[in-house]
Structures are given as structure tokens and as C-alpha cells.
Design a protein around this ligand. Structure first.
Ligand code: ACM
Ligand code: ZN
Length: 526
């Protein structure tokens, strides 16, 4: 066993140790200084002495034959040799060295490690829409996901409950749409947003940790906060509050107004300036069509384009947005919703989150036709779901492949939705140790995955996380709850159904239908 999460591609063990307590000297290519500094900061926290000349030497060298994200580490008496071909490979070698240093109390056994990732896309999503997480919180998450050798941070920036990114052309999105009057948890207002300078700071910090950032502007649904500030972007210009509670809202962007597409393009123009990593998530999930069905503009658009129904209109809308994103040299990603995503451009990547068995064939077909897909299935990848549902063991054991192996399946994503996650303490409890299991599945070869060995590594993993500011961590027992505890955990989780959004939607839909269908009728009679 080697105390490393994720498990490396290959390793062997010789006799002997390097005792870093006796200090060390380190040499490296000057252009990799930032990556080495990350290790040095860690070493200083452990009070390890670095010296010009020392009994122990760490030698880091560039070697073009090593794969892009991969690295080699050879530990022998008094010497640690590291080889990589890229800054990223060097950074991952340093992440491993940090783990080994702590896990073996500074006396690292003489391992030889060859490592490289299984998937090129290994992502974590933080929902900052439901609850706002400060720049410093986001940076903490960046440190943690880097430690897990994940390479994408997906920020879910807009929601019914809050718009979190400054868009200069539409100042009300932050002045008005970033605050809700109260929350699921108490009667106090909640809000917050990232200025454009904040975003630049987050992106620069992520890049230092070899993480690319994917912004998500969820459309046409999950837009109630934006509609609060700009009601004319909805079908009926209704006056709406920023949503306070959980639930799928029926007021969405109008699919028939050209002004809406113009708004979205303006937002994307600023988003591409802020997020340079080439990917933009455009949402596309959970967009009920109750408004579109009675909206004259949406219905006229359906007619004009010769479409069959509202779902085809959403497919058209998202395709137009996707084309605009492509025209800027970016790639769009959307949530896979079978009724709608099937009508979207084939160059939009699908993030498969909710795919009933009967629709698996569609995904396979799309991959065969060349579409890229990310495995983001809610089970087992949603880390906000009860431990009883997505247990640690389940996350570890369920196949990483989407249905079957396919090289169009580019990787995996884990998600922390925050409807019921109001602070970092809670976020940590939901995320750890599940993120460790997820990371191992995303990085390590399938044949290397061994749950028992993973469990043996948990105590040192917990120490590592504590050192990186993780204040709460579910025990293995808690993360694989007994039937009884699981029953109560699920029951507690399902209290969210008691929130009145279902009833509210029903009543609200009837009101909208009455008001606007009557108007339509009057307009017709005139
Ligand atoms: C989602 O969970 N609505 C993507
Ligand atoms: Zn409309």
C-alpha cells in the first residue's frame, strides 16, 4: 500500500527511507518555480528546513518523454528524483510528495512511482448560486481540488436564488439579483457576488494550481433572479422576487424574443473576457414550458421556424447560443435533458446528469456520432445527496464509464449543489471523504481501484485535509450509514419536499394562465 489518493498508475517499494526532518536541498528548472513553491510552502508549514547544501537532495528535472500530466518520482537513500515534461506534471508530482511527506511523518519509504491520469477531464462543481461562497472560500476549494489532482472547477454562477457575477452592461444583475430576502434556513437576507476583479483573482489562483475554470450561466431556466432585475426578459414581464426557496421555477427566459438572445450574447461577451479557458456551460436543465405554451412571442417563433413544439424551441435557443460561443472560439457544455439536448448542435458537450436507463442508447449513439460527453450522473456524483444515497462505497465502486467504454466520454465531474449547504463547514462535511473516492476513480486506472486499500488510506488523507483547513469530515461509518441511520438521513433530506414550491407553482400557473390567456383572447376578439 502507498498512502496516496488518488492511487498512482504504478509503484514499487525498496528498502530504506528518506528522512526529511534532517532538512533538504532542492534543485529544479527555474520556469517551474511556482510549482516547487507550492511544495515549499507546505514544507515550511511542517517546519522542514531547506538548505543550499544538505544530506537530502530533491532533484526535479524536465524529461520530454514523460506524458503531459504524468510524472516519475524515485526515492532512494538521501535522494528524491522527480521527472516531468510539463509544469502540470511537476505540480502533480509535488502534490504527491506533499501527501507522502505528511502520511509517512517526514520519513518517506523508498518508493518508485510512475503516475498519469486515466481521464483528461476531472472536475468539481460548486453551486455558488444558491449560497454565495466568498473568494477566499472558493480559493480554499481550489487548494483542495488541486490536492486531489482534479483539473477543472465548474462554477454554477447563476440561479433563481441569486446572480453572482458582475456584468457591466447589466448592473442590476448584481445590484438587484444577487440578494434574496430570506433562505431555507432562516428569515435573514442572503447575498453576494463576484466583481470582475474577483473573478480574475479566482481564475488566476486556479491557474496557479493547474485548474481551468468553467463558468455556468444557466438558461433559459433557473433565471428568476435575473428576471427580478430585468422582467422584460421573461414571457410576460412579471414582477418577481429573487427566489427564496428550493424548487423548479416556471418563469424562465422567453424563447421568442430576439432581445433575450441579444442579452445572452452580451453576457457571454463579458464572460469570455473573464474566463479564458475555452469552455462555457449554458445550463439547459429544468426549464418548464408552462409560460412558453401561452406566450404569443414563443408561439410565433415556433411557427416562424417551423418547429414542432416548445422543446424544439429550447433546442433551437441553446443551439443559437452554442453557435455564438463557437464563433468566439469557445466550446459550450449543456446539461443533458433528453427531450431537449437531442435537438442541440453536435458540437455542444453534454454533461449527463439524469439519464433514465431507456435513454442510455441515445447517449451512446451521440458519442458514436462524435459528441463529447461528461459523466456527471447525479447518482453517484452529487455530493449534496444524503450519504445514504451516494455512499462512499458507491461513489468508489460504481463504474466511471458511462454505460460502456467510449473515448468520447472525456471524464467525470462531482457536484456540490448548495440548496441545503449554507456554509463551508457543511460543505466540507458533504464533500469529504467522498471527493477522495471520486478523485481516485477519475485519475486511477480501473484495475488499480481497490476499496479496501482506499479505506486504509483514509486516516492519513484526513490529516492532509485538516492541514488544508477542512474543519469537518464524515467518518467512514457516517459515509456508509447503517440502514437505520440512512432511513432517518433520507427522511430529513426529503423535508425539502415540504417546501411549498409545488403548490406555489400550481397556483401561480393557474394565475398566469388566467391572466394571459384572457388577454390573448381579448386581443383576438379585438
Ligand atoms: C441539475 O441537477 N438540475 C443539473
Ligand atoms: Zn415567451
Amino acid at each position: 500500500m502507498i498512502k496516496l489518493i488518488p492511487e498512482p498508475y504504478r509503484y514499487s517499494l525498496d528498502a530504506g527511507t528518506v528522512n526529511l526532518m534532517k532538512g533538504f536541498s532542492i534543485s529544479f528548472p527555474e520556469i517551474w518555480k511556482d510549482e516547487i513553491d507550492d511544495f515549499m510552502d507546505f514544507a515550511h508549514k511542517l517546519s522542514l528546513r531547506s538548505e543550499k547544501v544538505s544530506l537530502n537532495e530533491i532533484n526535479v528535472i524536465a524529461d520530454e518523454t514523460v506524458e503531459y500530466e504524468g510524472y516519475y518520482i524515485k526515492i532512494s537513500d538521501n535522494r528524491i528524483s522527480v521527472r516531468a515534461s510539463s509544469k502540470t506534471g511537476c505540480f502533480y508530482a509535488m502534490q504527491s510528495l506533499k501527501q507522502l511527506t505528511l502520511a509517512y511523518s517526514m520519513r518517506i519509504p523508498c518508493f518508485t512511482i510512475e503516475d498519469k491520469p486515466r481521464f483528461s477531464f476531472r472536475a468539481f462543481m460548486l453551486d455558488v448560486g444558491r449560497y454565495f461562497y466568498s473568494v477566499s472560500d472558493v480559493k480554499k476549494f481550489i487548494d483542495l481540488i488541486a490536492l486531489h489532482k482534479l483539473n477543472f472547477l465548474h462554477l454554477h454562477l447563476t440561479e433563481d436564488q441569486g446572480w453572482r457575477v458582475e456584468i457591466k452592461k447589466y448592473p442590476f444583475l448584481t445590484q438587484k439579483s444577487s440578494k434574496r430576502s430570506h433562505t431555507n434556513f432562516n428569515a435573514r437576507p442572503h447575498g453576494g457576488f463576484y466583481t470582475q476583479d474577483d473573478v480574475k483573482e479566482i481564475v488566476a489562483y486556479a491557474h496557479k494550481k493547474h485548474i481551468k475554470v468553467i463558468p455556468e450561466i444557466d438558461m433559459p431556466g433557473h433565471m428568476q433572479a435575473a428576471l427580478h432585475a430585468y422582467p422584460e426578459l421573461g414571457c410576460f414581464a412579471r414582477k418577481l422576487p429573487v427566489a427564496t426557496h428550493w424548487g423548479i421555477k416556471h418563469d424562465i427566459l422567453c424563447g421568442g424574443k430576439d432581445e433575450v438572445l441579444a442579452f445572452v450574447k452580451d453576457v457571454i461577451d463579458e464572460i469570455t473576457e473573464l474566463f479564458p479557458d475555452g469552455l462555457i456551460h449554458i445550463g439547459g436543465d429544468e426549464a418548464p414550458k408552462t409560460r412558453w405554451q401561452i406566450c404569443p412571442r414563443c408561439q410565433a417563433k415556433i411557427k416562424e421556424l417551423g418547429l414542432k413544439n416548445e422543446n424544439e424551441l429550447q433546442g433551437h435557443f441553446l443551439s443559437e447560443v452554442g453557435k455564438y460561443i463557437s464563433s468566439k472560439g469557445y466550446t459550450a457544455i449543456m446539461w443533458n435533458e433528453d427531450e431537449i439536448s437531442g435537438k442541440s448542435n453536435s458540437d455542444i458537450i453534454w454533461m449527463a446528469w439524469n439519464v433514465p436507463k431507456e435513454n442510455h442508447a441515445n447517449i451512446l449513439n451521440e458519442m458514436k456520432n462524435g459528441r463529447y460527453v461528461i459523466n456527471g450522473l447525479s447518482e453517484p456524483n452529487y455530493l449534496d445527496l444524503p450519504y445514504a444515497q451516494n455512499t462512499l462505497e458507491r461513489i468508489y465502486s460504481e463504474s466511471a464509464d458511462f454505460i460502456e467504454k467510449n473515448d468520447r466520454m472525456i471524464g467525470l465531474e462531482a457536484f456540490l449543489w448548495t440548496e441545503f449547504v449554507p456554509n463551508m463547514d457543511n460543505a466540507f462535511f458533504k464533500t469529504f471523504p467522498r471527493l477522495g473516492a471520486f478523485a481516485e476513480k477519475a485519475w486511477s486506472e480501473e484495475k488499480k481501484l481497490d476499496y479496501k486499500t482506499f479505506l486504509e488510506k483514509i486516516p492519513s488523507y484526513e490529516e492532509l485535509l485538516k492541514m488544508h483547513g477542512v474543519t469537518r469530515f464524515a467518518s467512514v461509518k457516517r459515509a456508509n450509514p447503517s440502514k437505520l441511520l440512512g432511513f432517518f438521513e433520507k427522511l430529513w433530506w426529503e423535508r425539502r419536499q415540504l417546501c411549498w414550491h409545488g403548490l406555489h407553482n400550481l397556483v401561480d400557473n393557474a394565475k398566469v394562465k388566467k391572466k394571459y390567456s384572457e388577454k390573448k383572447k381579448k386581443d383576438k376578439d379585438r
